[in-house]
Write a protein that binds this ligand. Structure first.
Ligand SMILES: C[S@@+](CC[C@H](N)C(=O)[O-])C[C@H]1O[C@@H](n2cnc3c(N)ncnc32)[C@H](O)[C@@H]1O
Length: 396
C-alpha cells in the first residue's frame, strides 16, 4: 500500500514484509500513545521508531546502510575516508598514554576495516579497537564482516556494552549524533510549545502543547545566545539527549580526543529565521524527505546537529574544542589526494571511480560543506594536524 505522502515524495514502494513490519511498529507506537494518556513527545516517538526492541529501524533487520539500504555514509562511499582518518589517528599515537580507538555506532563495520588495514600499513595498529553499538543486528553484521575482511586483526576488536571508564585514546562517532533523539518545538507568540505525537487514524500527527520546563530552558538558552527572541511560528528541534550523550562520553575519557563527524551547522545557522521548519530528515532507499510519520520503523529518521550546542555541552563536561572544520577542508588538508598516488597508472575505469568518490566526499553540494568534523580534547592532547589552517572553532 502506498500512502498519499509516499506518492508526494515520489518514494519507491516497500516490499510486503517491510509494510507488515512497519504496521507492527505503528501498532506498538499507537499502544504507547494510549498508555501515556493520548500523546508522546516527538523525542519518544523518534526513540520508538529507531530503537524499540526488535522493531525500531536500528533494532531490526532492515538493510539500512549501503546501496541496497537507505543511505550511504563517508566510509561506505570510499575507503579513502578511512585512510585519511587512520593517518590522522596515527599522528597522535605518541601523544597518548595508550593508543586505543573506540568507535561509537560502527554501522556496517566498513570504517573499522578501512582503519585497521591502513593503520597496519602505517605500522600503527591500536592496542585495542573497541566498538559500542546499540543495534544487535548491526553488531552481528559487523562481526561477520570483520571475520571475513580482516581476520588478522579481529583479535584487536572488542565490542563493549557501555562506555569504558578512564578511556585513553581516540573516540570516533561518524553519523551517530544525527541519530540521537530530538524534541520538536514551536514558538507561539513568545511561548515555547512542545511537539507531541498523537494517533491520527492508522498514522500519526504532531500537535503542540505547552512545553515542559526542561525544553523551555533549552529554547530560552538558544534565544539568549542568539541575542533575541525566535519569531512567532518558528519551529525547530533541540536535542537534550545529544547533550547527555556527549557528557557521558566526556566522563569516560581520561585522556584523548573525541572526533564527532556529522551533518550539522553552527547555532546561528541552525536557528536562522529562514530555517523555520527545522532540520529533520528521513531516509528511505536513498530518497530524502521530511515526513517522520510515514514508513515507521523502515525509514531512517535523523536531525542535523547543532554543533555549537554540542560543543557547549562538551566544554561544560570538561573537554576542550580543538577543531571544527568542513569535511572537504579536513579531508584535503588530511591528504586525501596523497592517497591517490599511482593514480595515472590505474585503469581509466578505476580513475573515474576514485575521482567520483573524492567529489562526493568533498564537493560543497555533496558532503563537503554540510558535513563537519569536531575534535574535543581532554588532557591537553593536540588536535589532528588536518585541522590546521581550516579550523572554524571561532564560528561555533
Ligand atoms: C547512520 S549509522 C552510521 C554508521 C557508521 N558510523 C558509518 O559511518 O557508516 C548510525 C549508527 O549509530 C548507531 N547508534 C545510534 N545511536 C547510538 C548510540 N547512542 N550509541 C552508539 N551507537 C549508536 C546505530 O546503530 C548505527 O550503527
Amino acid at each position: 500500500m502506498i500512502t498519499a505522502a509516499q506518492k508526494h515524495f515520489n518514494l519507491p514502494s516497500p516490499d510486503e514484509d517491510s509494510v507488515a513490519h512497519s504496521r507492527l511498529v505503528a501498532d506498538h507506537i499507537h499502544q504507547k500513545i494510549i498508555e501515556t494518556g493520548g500523546s508522546i513527545s516527538f523525542a519518544e516517538y523518534m526513540h520508538e521508531v529507531l530503537y524499540a526492541q526488535g522493531l525500531g529501524y536500528y533494532a531490526s533487520g532492515t538493510a539500512k546502510l549501503g546501496l541496497n539500504g537507505d543511505f550511504v555514509t563517508g566510509p561506505e562511499i570510499s575507503s579513502l575516508y578511512g585512510c585519511v582518518l587512520a593517518t590522522q589517528f596515527a599522528s597522535l599515537r605518541s601523544k597518548l598514554d595508550s593508543f586505543c580507538i573506540l568507535e561509537l555506532g560502527a554501522g556496517s563495520g566498513e570504517l573499522v576495516v578501512q582503519m585497521l588495514r591502513h593503520l597496519a600499513v602505517l605500522d600503527s595498529l591500536p592496542e585495542e579497537y573497541l566498538i559500542l553499538e546499540v543495534s544487535a543486528d548491526l553488531m552481528e553484521r559487523q562481526h561477520a564482516k570483520l571475520v571475513a575482511d580482516i581476520p588478522d586483526f579481529i583479535d584487536r576488536v572488542r565490542w563493549v556494552a557501555q562506555l569504558p571508564a578512564d578511556f585513553s585514546g581516540i573516540v570516533i562517532a561518524n553519523e551517530v549524533a544525527d541519530a540521537i533523539t530530538v524534541e520538536r518545538f514551536r514558538i507561539e507568540n513568545s511561548d515555547v510549545l512542545q511537539g507531541r505525537v498523537v494517533s491520527f487514524g492508522e498514522s500519526f500527527n504532531l500537535v503542540y502543547e505547552s512545553a515542559p520546563a526542561f525544553l523551555e530552558q533549552f529554547v530560552r538558552k538558544i534565544e539568549a545566545d542568539l541575542g533575541g527572541s525566535l519569531n512567532h511560528g518558528f519551529q525547530s528541534e533541540v536535542s537534550p539527549a545529544l547533550h547527555d550523550w556527549i557528557k557521558k562520553i566526556a566522563a569516560s575519557v581520561e585522556q584523548g580526543i573525541v572526533l564527532i563527524i556529522d551533518y550539522g551547522a553552527t547555532r546561528r545557522e541552525y536557528y536562522a529565521p529562514d530555517r523555520c521548519n527545522g532540520w529533520l530528515q528521513c531516509h528511505f532507499r536513498h530518497h530524502v524527505h521530511g515526513d517522520a510519520f510515514i514508513l515507521p520503523g523502515i525509514q531512517d529518521l535523523t536531525a542535523w546537529v547543532d554543533f555549537s550546542g554540542l560543543a557547549e555541552a562538551a566544554v561544560a563536561a570538561g573537554m576542550e574544542v580543538v577543531g571544527f572544520a568542513d569535511q572537504a577542508n579536513f579531508l584535503l588538508n588530511g591528504g586525501i589526494l596523497n592517497e591517490l598516488k599511482d593514480f595515472s597508472r590505474l585503469s581509466p575505469e578505476r580513475q573515474i571511480e576514485l575521482s567520483g568518490q573524492v567529489k562526493r566526499l568533498t564537493l560543497p553540494e555533496e558532503m563537503g560543506e554540510n558535513f563537519k568534523l569536531m575534535g574535543l580534547s581532554r588532557g591537553n592532547v593536540a588536535p589532528f594536524p588536518a585541522f590546521a589552517g581550516c579550523d572554524k572553532t571561532h564560528y561555533l
